[in-house]
Design a protein. Sequence first.
Length: 440
Amino acid sequence: MFEALAERLQQVFRGLGRHGKLRPEDVDAALNEIRLALLDADVHYQVVDDLLERVRSRALSEEVSRALNPGQQVIRILHAGLVEALGEPGRLSLKGPTPRPVLLVGLQGSGKTTTAAKLARWLRSRGERVAMIAADPYRPAAGQQLALLGSEIHVPVFHQPGLSATEACAAGLEAAAKGGASVVLIDSAGRSQLDDEMMAEVEAITQRVQPVETLLVADAMTGQEAVHVADGFKARVRLTGLILTKMDGDARGGAAISMRSVTGVPIKFIGTGEARDALEPFEPERLATRILGMGDVVGLIEKAQEAFDQGEAQAAAERLMKGDFSLEDFGEQLAQVRKMGPVAQILEMMPGGLAGAARHVDGEAADRQLRRTQAILSSMTRDERRSPDVLNGSRKRRIAAGSGTSVQEVNQLLRQYQQMRKLYKQVGKRGLGGLGLLPR
Ligand code: GDP
Ligand code: MG
């Protein structure tokens, strides 16, 4: 999903990452690229303008973060802007006397029937007793499709060819009441485009059954067209929510960003595939993350910033610059890493290739290793950590015994530390900006 968009955005962020600070000209250059990428993904231009205006003023007014590089900082701000544009997570409001009618409307092919079945499963898993009504009097096959899906998931379907849509709804509700259903999903008839007859029918059903929810099912792959359809429906019926289907396709996808801003109707679910369980309650945070195409890099960035103690790091950075990196600093860095969470989780949150690598890493072993390393460090005296050169054979044996490890492991740790010190010395000569993730 959103792959093309995500890729373009990543390129923008990479460009930003090379400089040391967020300068207005860098922000503007990045925002121009982001604008083009969003317009290409078929996001409504007005929505793009509003979003970028907010991102720009935040990016320029925010204090330059010492924990994040400029690319990461813009990602965080853009992510927050996207979350705002996507709106609150919409929840179903199922109140009133049972059975509670939930009406699904939308164009033909948008995914209404498929979504009805997915939603039925989802509601049932939350303890609802669900029934469905086929309310498409024009295409008998449509009713059969729903009946078949219903039998596969063991949800009763009212399907009686020959009845008008409103008659089917009334009779179906009655049957559902007798059957003890708490929620009834109504699969209405769609048309290939917005037309008056379809709207009139939806209005008639609404009057007859007074649905507690009227959900527009819209095909996210159609981009702006989906926004146009939502506007058309909204003019005639009181939509209480949107379900965006086919969010698994990577084409366009800008509809998701525009839908909420343009229509004001909350997105309640997204469909992510043809399978029966490919329906997710809409989570703006998660979707914004996917749009940026960065695994949960945003979560990672947030954690990094939380874990980052500015004062501590500043002092350590100054020592590093002088090539004066003690085992104490080494230990502190390990502690920072551990504050971010289990190793596997950290890798999982990395973009693209690294997220894949997480599968090949034994996270538990890595965490165990980290814990052992910390045990060794805490078995040393403060002086030993500050001047590791004093560590002779007998001290090493004492440390190994104290930490429940071996002299071999203590030596291994010392080798790692020496390598790291060498690295920092080199970096120190060139400036810390050389390492993207380190404090500047
Ligand atoms: P309706 O005419 O609105 O009832 O649409 P259908 O439920 O019959 O769905 C039309 C087509 O879209 C079917 O081939 C579905 O399998 C497919 N479809 C529905 N939802 C999704 C989705 O979230 N992802 C994908 N990839 N396909 C979907
Ligand atoms: Mg259908």
